[in-house]
Design a protein around this ligand. Structure first.
Ligand code: 4AD
Length: 464
């Protein structure tokens, strides 16, 4: 039984078809050849069963071996090629199964050491086996959802005439001014890091400033990139490397317009998931009623709730006396995650925009409101990861921007390329950034963001 003797049914690219393709397109009674990894094996006296998956479906497919000898040498984790007849399955969870005629083991997996068993493993354990965890059902569902959500986002932006910009990973600015940028070093190189580029550089925390450059030429732009933050907090919603989708629109004077774009982006991407990854979404929401309700809420036409920061403080200060916050909510202070959680998960029980935060706790580029105290900005809070996105109108007046840069203690010269945009055909504009992992965290209800990204990086961990 060699590989070449297996007469595989090929897809258009000449690659072997996925299980999804076979289950959805092939009729029962057809002879098929499938390939994948064994999830479980059960050998009885007269019959043997195995489950095989290849990442294309939530549940893989059941293999029936009427001759148990075919199962000889099979163990969980093996890679296999199986030839057999497609049959309809009496099982509730699967529509089809395969009556196997032959099984070719391509790669063995030592049953003594293979870490993934049929039983439920904790997410913490799965994190420790980063090279094998993509074969677990949860991580495989998350991975397909990430893929579809990215497609859904690109679809939304292209349908609305945004141009995707590839903003750089290496930059000399710290857009958010949070002091969380990873500095680049060149140890071992003959050229010291400050001479290589002629200045100190770091990994980007956000592509916003670069997007603003392109928004002032292309009107509507977006990116989908990695962001890096030396974020020491060990929380379930922070990573050192995460993906962000950012958008920037020129000729925008009103914050309400940005809220509308954000809401439509989330609604349309979530609807895309419902339409194209429904079974993966249901895997997470079927035993989680609040999550099913949230997904429904994200896609329905009713506008998301909207309050100002000042109203948020008022709600928090008058929260149910049983609700004891570790941090007292006070005007002028940032909202803590416990405050955000109360607003999104309890008070509004759904997505809520919080707008117009105090200028003092926000970055230099935000447009001040006429009240002189607050800036025209928003955070979208949601049950789960709490802060899902942040954005603002941008200061487009040169003098006022320069004053703000100085007031924030930033070296003006380092941002010449950015400020000088305001000299040449400046436009009122604004934009936002949404944490991609936080979005997936919201629709899956998973508690820890480390389970959303294929290779999580966080303080103390860079596994492979
Ligand atoms: O609120 P942030 O810091 O905003 C910006 O970076 C703006 N420059 C974006 C823009 O207007 N173009 O980050 C935006 C979002 C947050 O709301 C959050 O969802 C996510 O990025 N985020 C993180 N996600 C995972 N791990 C971290 N350490 C994150 N920090 C921010």
């Amino acid at each position: 039984r060699s590989l070449s003797s297996c007469n595989t049914n090929k897809t258009r690219l000449g690659l072997t078809p996925t299980l999804r393709n076979i289950i959805e397109t092939e009729a029962t009674g057809t002879e098929v050849t499938i390939s994948g990894w064994i999830k479980s094996v059960r050998v009885q006296k007269r019959i043997a069963f195995a489950e095989v998956s290849d990442g294309s479906t939530l549940r893989g497919i059941q293999i029936i071996m009427n001759d148990p000898q075919i199962a000889a040498g099979l163990s969980t984790g093996c890679s296999v090629e199986i030839k057999g007849i497609l049959a309809s399955s009496p099982g509730r969870e699967q529509s089809k199964e395969i009556q196997a005629n032959s099984i070719y083991i391509i790669g063995n997996a030592d049953p003594e050491t293979y870490p993934l068993q049929k039983k439920r493993h904790s997410m913490e354990f799965l994190r420790e086996i980063g090279n094998i965890r993509p074969r677990s059902q949860t991580i495989s569902a998350v991975t397909r959802l990430r893929d579809r959500a990215e497609t859904g986002l690109h679809k939304f932006f292209h349908e609305n005439e945004f141009v995707r910009i590839h903003t750089p990973a290496i930059t000399a600015n710290d857009c958010e001014g949070g002091g969380e940028a990873f500095q680049l070093a060149t140890p071992g190189s003959k050229i010291p890091e400050s001479d290589f580029f002629g200045r100190k550089v770091n990994l980007t925390v956000s592509g916003q400033l670069h997007l603003e450059v392109y928004a002032n030429a292309f009107k509507r732009v977006y990116n989908f990139n990695q962001s890096f933050r030396a974020e020491p907090s060990q929380t379930g919603r922070h990573l050192s490397e995460f993906w962000m989708v950012e958008a920037e629109c020129a000729f925008v004077r009103k914050l309400a317009l940005l809220l509308e774009v954000e809401e439509q982006m989330i609604r349309s991407t979530t609807q895309y998931l419902v339409d194209n990854a429904g079974s993966d979404l249901e895997f997470f929401s079927q035993k989680n009623e609040p999550l099913a309700k949230l997904v429904q809420r994200l896609t329905d036409r009713k506008p998301y709730a909207q309050i100002t920061y000042t109203e948020a403080i008022d709600i928090l200060q008058n929260a149910d006396p049983l609700q004891k916050f570790a941090f007292k909510p006070e005007w002028g202070q940032g909202l803590q995650s416990e405050h955000e959680r109360y607003l999104a998960a309890k008070h509004f029980d759904g997505p809520v925009f919080v707008t117009d935060y105090p200028a003092e706790i926000k970055p230099f580029y935000m447009l001040p409101n006429p009240d002189g105290k607050t800036v025209a900005c928003m955070d979208l809070l949601v049950p789960g990861p709490c802060e899902l996105l942040g954005g603002s109108l941008r200061e487009h007046n040169l003098e006022r921007l320069q004053t703000s840069i100085k007031a924030h203690g930033i070296d003006e010269n380092s941002l010449d390329w950015y400020t000088s945009l305001r000299r040449y055909g400046t436009t009122p504009h604004g934009g936002f950034g949404m944490g991609f992992e936080r979005y997936i965290q919201m629709v899956t209800g998973l508690e820890n963001i480390r389970d959303i990204i294929p290779f999580p990086r966080y303080a103390g961990k860079c596994l492979c």
